[in-house]
Design a protein around this ligand. Sequence first.
Ligand code: GDP
Ligand code: MG
Length: 342
Amino acid sequence: MSADATATLQGEETAALRRRADALEEAVRRAGERVDPEVAEQVLAVLGRVRERLLLGVDHTVVALAGGTGSGKSSLFNAVAGLQFAEVGVRRPTTSRVTACVWGTGSGPLLQWLGVDQDDRIERESLLDGEHEAALRGLVLLDLPDHDSVSPEHRAVVDRVLPQADMLVWVVDPQKYADDALHAGYLRRLVGHEAAMAVLLNQVDTVQPALRDGLAADVERLLVEDGLRGVPVRQVSARTGEGVQEVRTELARMVAQRSLAARRADAELDGAARLLSGQLAPAEPEPARLAVAPVVETLAAAVGLDAVADAVAALVRGASPSAPTFGPVPLDSVAQARSGWI
Ligand SMILES: Nc1nc2c(ncn2[C@@H]2O[C@H](COP(=O)(O)OP(=O)(O)O)[C@@H](O)[C@H]2O)c(=O)[nH]1
Ligand SMILES: [Mg+2]
């Protein structure tokens, strides 16, 4: 995922964690040599790790349903959401648009970045749902245009959105799962992304039960030929609902992993803060307990107090016609006096 993509993907939780990491880094920088360099290095290493994880974003999990024309992406989108929102069986040019279903709130900027029009968004979780949909809170499910559409515009949308998704769910059907447009065009290029992919063999209601496992095994064989190992293949039917609950469970697991990532980042930052504070005094020293005299001397020298005093004396003696003024205060002298003091 690109850097600007990440910036846009930062929801509230991610941004708050990033702010904490930034503040800790600033503390390490300000502490300078006052802390053990080994500790500073350890803290910076933790910050590096946490930032890397935040790059993935921890607020939302974007799952894209991708696949060929008529495989059943829109039907599955509706089945998973329990809604009739995406248009089914539509191949007009309007299907170059991406449809999104969001569980929870606060995904406006993310959807805008994903290029989902306001009219093509729906929020799944409402008060009426109670806790029924809670496990999916944070999920953004996308119904993509057909990657094998005759319209190049559709393909362009698919190519733009695929790298933005956290997880790709390829919807295939029993007739076209071996399609070269899918394997050469997409799957073979996704080697290395296996952990963020799944394949749904949809329309299994059209296949004799005795033949289904063999068909799924054939899909797996092609994936391995593509260089993709360990990608789960699930048998589903948007029509009968078979396997849809399992898909929801899998999505809930993905969403939970994300919030787990947020909790973990939080704990790591706590640890880094503890490490750093172990090097520092528990509180700022009481002003009364600080030796003021040397600081006064340094500051007096910084503003040239002696010279001003001499000039005032000369004025009083009548030896000088004009009153003296203070020159500009050199800020680094003040900083030096301050750091020597505290
Ligand atoms: N028998 C059967 N038909 C399905 C299933 N899923 C979708 N369809 C049908 O396949 C056609 C294309 O579905 P659609 O969801 O629009 O596919 P998309 O082009 O991938 O979005 C429609 O007529 C659907 O009713 C399924 O699981 N079983
Ligand atoms: Mg569709």
